[in-house]
Design a protein around this ligand. Structure first.
Ligand code: NAD
Ligand code: MG
Length: 390
């Protein structure tokens, strides 16, 4: 029997890796909806190759281009936020949520209503709306499978083990581009230097977030929300090889570590084939050649984002939404050359302080309040940037 699948954010890095896996086994899938952004040529090509029912671009002004690219193919062209939600309403058995940013939250929430599997790559969903998205999945009997190497690793290391025996979870981090830089030189780090990752081949934003460990901070919050760990149970460990993705420590002192190549197709493929395991086209590790695994503790001065993640976990409510929005705003500022690399964490902290001081984080967690918090945090980040520049 074929499985009905949709991929939101198909033109991105995760989306393209998903397409790569689907194409190897195309007859077993019935592709329903694909969504993209500005890369119309890629979106149309994938929709035609995968014989999708509908292709949606997030941007309404691009509808004529998408229509032209799909002419004669039989694939329906659509555009805009509402069209995206309507596409997510088309029933599926498996759906990939790989839009970047808060824009990924609403389509993911809608896809959960089918009661199938939501493969969740979109980090912002869990960080800004963890309790809401988990409740929605429970309400509709849907399964969320994490598509991040660390969270897929945790999921795999927990399988078959008693949950009440879990003592701690260790999430590994490569340490990013600057892990070996002298601390006092970090403030001079340039955009080009922050944009190269030692192990993973990813987009520019997530690569810079790895260097600052904002990415790891998001992942720590995600782990708390998804697996319901207590904040104190979650540890971050620098592991420069990026081959152990996470470890679960049990109450008998034993640890289950997940080891795998630094290739997102493992986590995507695991979610695609779960609960089975199927052959995946990823590297088979040669430990004799790798030789050694190294570990070191992350330093809070070098990686202030990790401390902020703890604050967000303790504050709860809408502070996660404020955190991701502020993080994205200061990342934009760094990319635009408007602030230094080490200024980013301080500015996010300013936003969090303002949000908690005014109790803006205490409003009920709804899609609307999350969007409001997102706007508010962006505004506060802009204020902070202006204040610091003057
Ligand atoms: P990407 O930037 O490569 O792709 C993002 C996708 O979202 C594209 O298809 C783009 O067209 C679409 N998009 C952008 N803005 C949009 C909008 N406003 N509305 C609708 N669609 C929009 O991103 P990526 O690296 O593939 O990451 C996707 C998500 O997965 C992110 O949340 C990221 O944090 C997470 N993630 C990525 C990786 C990785 O290795 N790349 C690993 C783990 C988690
Ligand atoms: Mg990760």
């Amino acid at each position: 029997m074929t499985r009905r699948i949709s991929i939101f954010g198909v033109t991105g890095s995760i989306g393209q890796s998903t397409v790569d896996l689907i194409k190897r086994d195309q007859d077993t899938y019935d592709v329903i909806a694909l969504s993209g952004g500005r890369n119309i040529a890629q979106l149309a090509q994938d929709a035609i190759d995968l014989k999708a029912e509908i292709a949606v671009t997030a941007f309404e002004e691009l509808l004529p281009d998408l229509r032209a690219a799909l002419k004669g193919s039989g694939v329906v062209a659509a555009a805009g936020e509402v069209a995206l939600l309507e596409a997510a309403d088309r029933p599926t058995d498996w759906c990939m949520s790989a839009i970047v940013g808060l824009a990924g939250l609403a389509p993911g929430m809608r896809a959960l209503r089918h009661g199938g599997v939501l493969a969740l790559a979109n980090k912002e969903s869990l960080v800004s709306a963890g309790p809401m998205i988990m409740a929605e999945a429970a309400k509709y009997g849907a399964t969320i499978l994490p598509v991040d190497s660390e969270h897929s690793a945790i999921f795999q290391a927990l399988t078959g083990e008693p949950r009440d025996a879990v003592e701690r979870v260790i999430i590994t981090a490569s340490g990013g581009a600057f892990r070996d830089w002298p601390l006092d030189e970090l403030k001079y780090a340039t955009l080009a230097q922050a944009s190269s990752h030692p192990n993973w081949d990813m987009g520019q934003r997530i690569t810079i977030d790895s260097a600052s460990m904002f990415n790891k901070a998001m992942e720590v919050i995600e782990a708390k929300e998804f697996f319901k760990f207590k904040p104190a149970q979650i540890e971050v460990l620098i592991h420069p090889q990026s081959l152990i993705h996470a470890m679960i420590g049990y109450n008998d002192g034993g640890l289950m570590a997940h080891v795998g190549p630094a290739d997102m197709r493992h986590a995507i493929g695991f979610a695609l084939h779960w609960p089975d395991r199927k052959h995946l086209p990823v590297e088979r590790l040669d430990f004799a050649r790798i030789g050694a695994f190294e570990f070191r503790a992350p330093c809070d001065t070098r990686y202030p984002a990790l401390r902020l993640a703890r604050e967000v976990m303790n504050t709860g409510g809408l502070s996660g939404a404020a955190f991701t929005a502020a993080k994205d705003a200061v990342l934009d500022a760094f990319i635009a050359g408007r602030c230094g690399f080490m200024d980013m964490a301080g500015m996010v902290e300013d936003v969090l302080t303002r949000i908690t001081r005014t109790s803006d984080h205490n409003a009920p967690m709804t899609l609307e309040n999350i969007r409001l918090t997102d706007h508010l945090a962006q505004k506060y980040a802009a204020d902070t940037l202006t204040a610091r520049a003057s």
